[in-house]
Design a protein around this ligand. Structure first.
Ligand code: TXA
Ligand code: MG
Length: 348
């Protein structure tokens, strides 16, 4: 299929391109658009055939439900089959538009193709003007997963999207690099205590400030428990080379990584190291990519997917990664890193 690719400026949006893309959505096609978290591949959420085209374009398993993107509260009320709870109202007021996805009972207006057969639906309002205008002009909620080929790191730049999806979607709207760099936090508020099903752009600390107690789905950290969010069970975000994460006190991690470099050099392997600003100059005889400063988990989040893709470009044979602190955005970063590494961790 021929993919139309348009460059847009979020601060001076050319509405001609938005109108054209909105027409594509209305007639059942697929449009990639930027959001503050990662790029998304969208289709009309109330058209089951259009939604199926997303799964085909990505090569995504059909038992993995999609997030519905909305531009106004009317679209939320159309999509959900329950009254808005007090908790939901508080969260919406504080975090929308923004990187928080909420799980609700679904309305009959949302086809089961979107929710992969579940009776709940995930909804968020993205904080990006191009995305919001596209949804508004389409006049329908837009179902959109991250715009990567299934299994690959999520795309945080138009360049990543074009690499993965040119020829597989109708239209790509290119904007700037994604500001946040990891996907939205998925929060289930149906039980007594709200539960994070996927850590993301809104942190546990921020949610606790609004809600008090917040749980984290145990399936996220323990490879033996099935996660509640269907998407979290898939191997994901993976660079082509196998990856291992080294966890422990900083000095010991550095020593262990240098030892692993030396061992793998003897095997003639091209070695990639996922390091930080503080450590990037310490490793010898390898390809080092820095995620950012250890002190700045936001910066690390905004770089992590780009870094994972760079290892593919550099064609390394094996990757060793420094673990980061699981505070603030570090929780989401480590969740993505663990999955990229297929849960291969070395504790030192
Ligand atoms: O930031 C984001 O959320 C991006 C941008 C494009 O908005 N989207 C995104 O979509 O990451 P996707 O499809 O890659 O991830 C959606 C996640 C999956 O883990 C999926 O299992 C979960 O949300 N999810 C969707 N509907 C759900 C539901 N009803 N119950 C539990 N989890 C759900
Ligand atoms: Mg995804």
């Amino acid at each position: 299929m021929l993919t139309k690719i348009y460059q847009l400026d979020e601060n001076n949006i050319d509405m001609k391109f938005i109108e054209e893309a909105a027409n594509v959505i209305r007639r059942g096609g697929t449009v990639v658009f930027p959001t503050e978290t990662v790029y998304g591949i969208g289709a009309n959420a109330i058209d089951a055939n259009a939604v199926s085209a997303i799964f085909t374009a990505k090569g995504r398993p059909s038992d993995n439900p999609l997030i519905i993107h909305i531009s106004c509260i009317d679209m939320l009320l159309y999509s959900i089959g329950e009254p808005l709870s007090e908790k939901a109202e508080m969260l919406i007021k504080k975090f929308w538009p923004g990187p928080l996805t909420l799980i609700f009972k679904k309305s009959s207006g949302i086809p089961l193709e979107v929710t992969a057969g579940l009776d709940t639906v995930a909804v968020r309002m993205p904080d990006n003007k191009i995305a919001l205008k596209l949804i508004e002009k389409s006049g329908v909620p837009i179902a959109a997963p991250s715009a990567n080929l299934s299994g690959k790191p999520s795309p945080t730049s138009a360049f990543h999207v074009i690499n993965d999806l040119e020829g597989r979607v109708d239209t790509i709207l290119c904007g700037k690099d994604s500001r946040i760099g990891v996907e939205s936090t998925v929060l289930d508020i149906s039980g007594d205590v709200p539960t994070i099903l996927r850590p993301g752009g809104v942190t546990l600390e921020q949610l606790k400030q609004v809600l008090g107690e917040v749980y984290i789905d145990p399936g996220l950290t323990d490879n033996m428990t099935v996660p509640k969010s269907p998407g979290m069970k898939y191997s994901h975000y993976a660079p082509s080379a196998p990856m291992q994460i080294i966890v422990g006190e900083a000095d010991r991690v550095e020593k262990k990584i240098q030892q692993l470099i030396d061992e793998n050099r003897l095997l003639h392997k091209k070695i990639g190291i996922l390091a930080t600003e503080e450590t990037k100059n310490k490793y010898k005889n390898c390809t080092v990519i820095s995620m950012g400063s250890r002190e700045n988990t936001k910066e690390i989040a905004s770089n992590i997917f780009k870094a994972l893709r760079e290892f593919d470009e550099k064609k390394v044979d094996i990757i060793f990664a420094e673990a980061v602190d699981e505070k603030d955005m570090g929780l989401a970063v480590m969740n993505r890193m663990r999955k990229a590494a297929g849960f291969h961790m070395i504790e030192v």
